[in-house]
Design a protein around this ligand. Structure first.
Ligand SMILES: *Cc1c(COP(=O)(O)O)cnc(C)c1O
Length: 358
């Protein structure tokens, strides 16, 4: 019997990629595949994104894994390179680098490479995480242009802090500052993550970089994928492994944190934080057993969770339980667990089986 399984739908993936194209019809698409394609399987997902214009990852190892998997598209390193020794690896593998800090410029200036790297100069317009400052942007740009190791088509980018919130004026401020800074530089631009692709069409430059929405999950506050006609790519499911009757007042699980207010039936389901199900999911988090939504009760343990099936139930051992997927948006589960869907998807552990389906 298959227990914790992440079922991955390639048709949903293709549907979502087409949605990105509809949202940003005039942009090239760099599909973001960091963190094992948000827990969906790096190479398997990349193989199905043949319409992407490029891939983006956070670490060189992720980019090398794509090459080892036979993928030949350009790959953008979203945090750039970390040491000067990385540069020949980038050049040899057709990896493009973000330049977000002067130290990277200095490493480029001090190197002797056998060719020219494609670079994306990132300016910090208000996120205050990565990116050169607006004040140093022009200087760094000119130095990059003059650098022998750098291809003269330097792409320009920034990243939004609050694009998921349509009521937050910060995105317009960041966009305005970016437009002002890039004026007079005839280069390609890339600003939009999923939230900006969906919510801020003015920000779609020559390139967009969607992650979450490709996997069918909403990037916007208090929304689910279906609100933007996205289809969840992952269904996380497992099986019921035990059913038991309990009495009113009986306590369930570690710490005896939940006591039943009535005589009821408890289902034990084979998934836990050892599979990546969030331990912080509290009593009341929805789970689907046999097509019925039931509440999680008591603490999540490493290998199991418990649900209240109610006094009268037809559920039996072996029944399917769905933790999230098309029937139960991961956004909702994340809300219950006090986190974001990104974290739940990335946290799937190697113990979970993957089942790829058309
Ligand atoms: C992860 C990441 C993205 C993708 O963000 P989503 O919200 O998943 O679309 C885009 N740009 C950068 C710089 C990132 O780190």
């Amino acid at each position: 019997m298959r227990l914790a399984t992440a079922e991955i739908s390639f048709s949903a993936l293709a549907h979502n990629f087409n949605k990105v194209k509809q949202f940003a019809p005039n942009s090239q698409i760099m599909a973001v595949l960091k963190a094992n394609a948000y827990g969906h399987g790096l190479v398997r997902i990349a193989q199905r994104l043949d319409q992407a214009d490029a891939f983006a990852v956070a670490r060189i190892d992720e980019a090398l894994a794509l090459r080892a998997g036979g993928l030949v598209k350009p790959i953008v390193l979203l945090e750039g390179f970390f040491e000067p020794q990385d540069l020949p690896i980038l050049l040899a593998n057709n990896f493009q680098t973000i330049i977000h800090d002067r130290s990277q410029l200095e490493a480029l200036l001090a190197s002797e490479l056998d060719g020219q790297l494609i670079t994306w100069l990132k300016v910090d317009t208000g996120m205050h995480r990565l990116g050169v400052t607006p004040e140093e942007f022009d200087d760094v740009y000119q130095d990059l242009l003059a650098c022998q190791n750098v291809h003269p088509a330097i792409r320009l980018m920034t990243h939004f802090a609050c694009a998921d919130d349509l009521n937050n004026s910060k995105t317009q401020q960041q966009l305005g500052l970016f437009k002002q800074l890039v004026q007079g530089k005839a280069q390609q631009h890339c600003l939009a993550n999923s939230a900006a692709i969906v919510g801020w069409p003015d920000s779609h430059g020559e390139w967009v970089r969607p992650g979450l929405m490709v996997y069918g999950v909403s990037p916007m506050l208090n929304c689910v994928g279906a609100d933007h006609q996205l289809q969840p790519v992952m269904r996380l499911k497992t099986r019921v492994i035990s059913i038991r009757q309990i009495k009113k007042g009986d306590a369930i699980g570690y710490g005896s944190t939940w006591q039943s207010p009535r005589d009821t039936t408890i289902g034990v389901i084979a998934i836990g934080y050892g599979d990546g199900y969030p331990r912080h999911a509290p009593t009341g988090t929805p789970i689907i057993v046999n097509g019925q939504q039931v509440p999680l009760v008591g603490r999540v343990s490493m290998d199991m969770i418990t649900v209240d099936l109610g006094p009268v139930t037809e559920a039996k051992i072996g029944d399917e339980a769905i933790l999230w997927g098309p029937e139960l948006p991961v956004e909702i589960v994340a809300q219950h667990a006090g986190t974001i869907p990104y974290e739940l998807l990335c946290n799937i552990t190697p113990r979970v089986d993957y089942l790829y389906r058309e």
